[in-house]
Design a protein around this ligand. Structure first.
Ligand code: ADP
Ligand code: MG
Length: 321
């Protein structure tokens, strides 16, 4: 913030600072020019950044605590997709006004999720401007043990966690001018990053990505990076009860295979890892479903239950399309 706004800026920062918890590996947190963090011996640092803009990444009517939750959740989801255990984060806030009630609600949601995963908020930036939130999250993986996009191999099973399509269905309801089903809206507003499962997956999976822009599009990134292709059984994609009650046929396929904002993990693994993956899923309370296989023909094909190929109406979310 500029001019007299700096006093308000310091007050906002102080409102955040007094609420954060720390960790033993934070040598210096909020209050200096930079944080000092200790990376333990034998580990690599995984770093992810994601920005949330009002009206693009969350509907304008989203409550502040949900914006705070989601801003951190999407970043923890990226770390989970690397098999990294989250440790620290920073928060850059652009706010239209120095609105303390809004900030308190935002910080409620943000710190609730941070506490669940033992993540310390160690710094950030606070400025005046259109509502926008940028979080950087730092996590730790065993040296050389990060899960990458470029490691899928022909013959791998393709898996996905949780269920797909709820957030896309909620968004479709909102865009049609209606009110979203609360169960679907909760998936849009409060995604649950698959942190514990991602960590458990690190020694088991070949390649992994988090599904943020649509399953087929995100799986396409894995295939291109790995020099392979994929066949997805589009009628075997896991659906929540709320979605199954509402959508069917091509609408359901589109929401599940092409919708955004799922924040589930899509990963590939050799078939002989299936038992260990099922055990890791059970141990972390995460559903994991086999949805297809990696093939050597490039591209991502969606196969219907009747054996025919399903052609998506659109591939996924692209900001500059
Ligand atoms: P500088 O001018 O050195 O960038 P700032 O006045 O922007 O310092 O920030 C002061 C301290 O507060 C820094 O340690 C910074 O990391 C922290 N900080 C600023 N904004 C936030 C925020 N939104 N969340 C957490 N920490 C913040
Ligand atoms: Mg600053």
């Amino acid at each position: 913030m500029t001019g007299s706004g700096r006093g308000a800026e310091f007050e906002l920062i102080e409102r955040i600072r007094v609420r954060v918890s720390t960790r033993a590996d934070v040598l210096l947190g909020i209050g200096d020019d930079a944080a000092l963090l200790r990376v333990p011996e034998g580990h690599d640092l995984a770093v992810a950044t994601d920005t949330l803009n009002a009206g693009v990444h969350f509907p304008h009517d989203t409550i502040p605590s949900a914006i705070g939750w989601k801003a951190l959740a999407v970043n923890l989801s990226d770390l989970a997709a690397m098999g990294a255990r989250p440790a620290w984060c920073t928060l850059s806030l652009s706010l239209p006004h120095a609105d303390e009630a809004w900030l308190d609600g935002f910080v409620d949601g943000f710190l609730q999720l941070a506490a669940q995963h033992g993540v310390a908020l160690v710094g950030g930036d606070t400025t005046r401007g259109p509502l926008s939130v940028c979080v950087t999250a730092h996590g730790l993986v065993q040296h050389g043990g990060g899960l990458r996009r470029d490691a899928a191999r022909e013959g791998d099973d393709i898996w996905v966690t949780g269920t797909l399509g709820d957030a896309a269905a909620a968004l479709a309801q909102l865009q049609a001018g209606g009110v979203a089903d609360p169960a679907l809206r909760a998936r849009l507003d409060l995604p649950e990053p698959r942190v514990a499962f991602g960590v458990a997956l690190a020694p088991l999976a070949h390649a992994c990505i988090d599904v943020s822009d649509g399953l087929l599009q995100d799986l396409g990134h894995v295939c291109r990076a790995s020099g392979v292709g994929a066949e997805v059984d589009v009628d075997r994609l896991p659906a929540s009860p709320a979605l199954a009650a509402r959508s069917s046929g091509d609408t359901l396929r589109g929401e599940q295979a092409c919708g955004g904002d799922d924040y589930e993990l899509c990963f590939t693994a050799p078939p002989d890892a299936a038992g260990a993956i099922a055990a890791a899923a059970k141990a972390t309370g995460t559903a994991a479903t086999r949805i297809g296989r990696i093939v050597d023909t490039p591209g991502v094909a969606a196969v219907r239950a009747d054996g025919g190929t399903w052609t998506p109406p659109r591939s996924g979310y692209a900001h500059f399309a």
